[in-house]
Design a protein around this ligand. Structure first.
Ligand SMILES: C[S@@+](CC[C@H](N)C(=O)[O-])C[C@H]1O[C@@H](n2cnc3c(N)ncnc32)[C@H](O)[C@@H]1O
Length: 390
């Protein structure tokens, strides 16, 4: 069934064409013109960062005084927050403002267009989307490929039911299910494409079994420190290989129902100094390599009781490191670290490697995934330097 072009969606599409992320014509461009984002994002929250944390303000399309402002964001190339603290935005912000952790958003349409282009939708592939969120991307996929080619899952039951209702109401009937993307979605396998709109620290092994030979997997591989978008092609032998995309993008981390077991190490640690400024981790290219070196470690900025800011890293094995953000006398930064791995020492080694190899960004790296192992490589899968992902 061919749907009419939607006026506001069409204007948004024109902007994406101007930006160069959509071709002037073609099935994907047509799909963006026909799917009304406003149906899938009837309300969302804008946010600002304050010293007390992120503060949200609700905007609803069904409130006459807010409709114009709502439309100016919905039909713009913006990420829109639709779930906070695991609750749909209307429930999470009953009084129109509030705080809490963002747990779902409708992705920037420009980024959606970019990754859907990378996914290569020619030949009507069967697609599994991980992270249905608002359902907008599932609607674009259904418009492009036909609903029967599309399956979309999410770990959040309320998002699933809301998205399914809006998809049905718009005449799309993909399979939408509540399921943890770590397991893929075996019921509808095999797929020709898996696209994840949530980030994973590694490629969930179940995905390999669910993608047909020649199929593609597109996923943001990222952890506490850095990451990038990876596209893998699945070979006849059931292993997958590919490279990180040149264009950087990041998605929110995947959630899980499994409690993450953490070991706590009560050692005093050792004190040292470093000449490596922790602010360098803001460089996306270096952060990518530091992530490979420290794998599972979280990385957060904290403030000590005396008001000084420090970087705090902690691995699942209890390894920990704390690095002052402000240098001490002599321009060096104070470090404390302990546990079974010296995390900051690993970051320093990663920095030496990175500088020694000409400060490459993520596009110089690729990954190989087999049922037994998965690793990221630099330059070449055969003789390039390797980092294990799991
Ligand atoms: C950026 S949003 C997805 C945007 C969505 N594609 C859209 O068009 O609105 C990421 C989604 O991933 C979901 N998610 C997080 N962890 C997940 C998991 N383990 N399995 C499935 N979905 C997950 C979140 O609930 C969230 O809705």
């Amino acid at each position: 069934m061919t749907r009419a072009v939607h006026a506001y969606a069409s204007r948004l599409t024109d902007r994406l064409v101007e930006k160069g992320v959509l071709a002037p014509t073609g099935p994907l461009t047509d799909a963006f013109r026909r799917v009304d984002r406003g149906v899938f994002v009837p309300a969302f929250a804008l946010y600002e960062h304050t010293p007390e944390g992120t503060r949200y303000r609700l905007l609803r399309g069904d409130v006459p005084e807010q409709r114009e402002e709502w439309g100016s964001h919905v039909y713009a190339d913006e990420t829109l927050i639709i779930e906070v603290k695991g609750k749909p935005i209307l429930e999470a912000l009953p009084h129109g403002t509030g705080k809490g952790r963002c747990t779902s958003s409708s992705t920037m349409p420009g980024l959606m267009a970019q990754i859907l282009n990378e996914l290569d939708l020619d030949g009507d592939p069967r697609v599994l989307e991980i992270g249905v969120g608002s359902g907008y991307n599932a609607a674009i996929l259904s418009e492009c490929l036909g609903s029967d080619r599309v399956t979309s899952i999410d770990i959040s039951p309320r998002l699933v039911s809301d998205a399914a209702e809006r998809l049905t109401g718009s005449g799309y009937h993909p399979i939408v299910a509540e399921y943890d993307g770590h397991k893929g979605y075996p019921d509808r396998a095999p797929y020709d494409r898996i696209i994840s709109t949530t980030a994973f620290t590694h490629v969930p092994p179940a995905w390999l079994d669910q993608v047909a030979s020649g199929g593609l997997i597109l996923v943001n591989i990222a952890g506490g420190t850095g990451g990038a978008m990876l596209i893998l092609k699945v070979g006849e032998d059931g292993t997958a290989q590919g490279r990180f995309l040149p264009e950087w993008a990041g998605f929110m981390p995947a959630r899980s129902h499994d409690p993450r077991l953490r070991t706590s190490v009560d050692d005093e640690g050792t004190s040292s100094e470093t000449s490596l400024d922790p602010a360098l981790l803001r460089d996306l290219a270096f952060a990518f390599v530091a992530q490979l070196a420290t794998v599972d470690a979280d990385n957060v900025l904290r403030t000590a009781d005396d008001g000084t800011d420090f970087l705090s890293m902690e691995g699942r094995d209890g390894a920990w490191a704390e690095v002052d953000i402000e240098p001490a006398r002599g321009g060096r930064f104070q470090v404390m670290q302990g546990g079974p791995r010296r995390l900051w020492t690993m970051v320093e080694a990663a920095h030496r490697w990175w500088v020694g190899h000409g400060e490459p960004d993520w596009s110089a790296f690729g990954a190989t995934v087999t049922p037994e192992e998965q690793f990221v490589w630099h330059d070449s899968p055969v003789d390039g330097h390797r980092w294990s992902l799991v």
